[in-house]
Write a protein that binds this ligand. Structure first.
Ligand SMILES: [Zn+2]
Length: 138
């Protein structure tokens, strides 16, 4: 086990975020009781075309920030915010690259979808309670 020195580093490692993607800041919304994590992609890097997956030159970023629901952080809902890079593919034109933390077109992160599926499979309150009790935090 390696030591974690701050929330950003812990968050990046928990979702497997690597260069050229980076968490730039995280905020706790006191009013809504929610956690917001902001991710940016390096401007100089190449990104895969979402159609053919060929690495292409970054063109710019998508105009609108996109928000993904992530698994809860310290019991509060967490959301990832990002304006993903657009690439210029010789075959497919200008396209928004896929975010590595999400399925294509999904508004949820992969971790959140996995967690939701696990909860959905638990048919009773007792089964859900046992799952949480059996989590080893040591
Ligand atoms: Zn392409």
């Amino acid at each position: 086990m390696e030591p974690v020195f701050n929330f950003v580093e812990m968050f990046e490692r928990s979702i497997g975020l690597k260069e050229p993607w980076k968490v730039t800041r995280a905020e706790f919304d006191e009013k809504d009781k929610s956690v917001h994590v902001y991710i940016e992609a390096k401007k100089t890097s190449k990104y895969p075309c979402p159609e053919c997956h060929k690495m292409c030159k970054r063109y710019d970023n998508e105009d609108e920030e996109r928000i993904w629901r992530h698994a809860d952080v310290v019991l509060y809902p967490c959301y990832i915010h990002c304006r993903r890079p657009r690439v210029e593919c010789g075959e497919h034109g200008i396209k928004v690259t896929d975010a590595p933390w999400s399925r294509k077109g999904s508004r949820n992160t992969l971790l959140f979808e996995g967690y939701a599926m696990m909860l959905a499979q638990m048919s009773t309150f007792e089964e859900a309670r046992k799952a949480f009790v059996n989590v080893n935090i040591n």
